[in-house]
Design a protein around this ligand. Sequence first.
Ligand SMILES: [Mg+2]
Length: 373
Amino acid sequence: MTSYKIDRIEIIPTQIKLHEPFVISKGALTHARNTVIKIYNADGTYGVGECCPYRSIHGETQTGTVAFARDLAAALIGSDPREIHRHVALMDKMIVGNASVKCAFDMALYDLVSKLAGLPLYKFLQGDRAKKIYTDNTVSLLDKDKMAEKAVKFKEMGFPVLKVKLGERGFKKDVARMEAIRTAVGPDLPLRIDANQGWNYLDAKMALHAMKDLNLEHCEEPVQAGNTTDQARLTAESPIPVMADESVFSPRDAMTIVTGKAAHLFNIKLGKSGGICNSMKIAAIAQAADMYCQVGSFSESRLGITALVHFDMVWDHIIYHDLDSPLMLSEDPVTGGLKYSADWEVTVDDTPGHGADFDPAFLKRFEIIEVGD
Ligand SMILES: [Mg+2]
């Protein structure tokens, strides 16, 4: 009989160079410094999770995730891995915020427990594979000609939708960027934009009205996260749907946005909510409020995004999919897991768990910190 006991946890801080710097209104990223968590059950079965801390969004760094991971690992050793809600509550009790590191543990637990149950993660979460999921690709915030050039390249690569990073104060250059991109890609390719909190209320209002005829799906996080007053008046006035991203980390945040009418849409990321457990609650809040959602990424490898795709398959009202972060990495250290088709459909198979793992040769390049009995 299988015994259910976490007897060992590995913490592995990794690093992968990006093909080119990823630039948003908050700065440029050149390397994905993701922390990997492997949680072992007593029978040798293990689950794998990863997190990608963004200091400008989470307030977390890789060094911080490793320090907290040691504490979280010590607290989980000896417990039954199947008690995921209890483990998530414990992590939230032990450490305020730090959603990124908690996400890596949550992801590893869901992988492990669905493996132990012999189910692919989407089935473990009571989802199905009927849903068609296609990813966008993201254009970094650069000068408008470079952005238009990149957008055309992505269109030629067959991406069915593009996401464009904006958020420069003063907004006029952003409008010029979007006009140049729309002209370059033609009238029909769906485009979505993300200001990453870069505008103030007036910038956002002027920008969104100036771009109303550019056929844009939605705008992520136009103004400062937490500024519910300006978010709410912008949501009421904007001709383009407003999506809350950095404003929604926790289920509590989701309630604040819903009750404050501060967005039309949510962007759910496992790395913001502390993993699948809390993301399920956010998705349920959005469903109850009759809101559509997007799922999104930081700079996760194919492993983190594979877990996200399983989660995506549970919810019909998640209709936007921003699953491009693995494409930005200069190497793919992951075996198994999601596949991208030529037309950028994203699929997973029926391997138990999320179905992805890190190549042991990749992990051996880094320090492996072991916490055990
Ligand atoms: Mg965003």
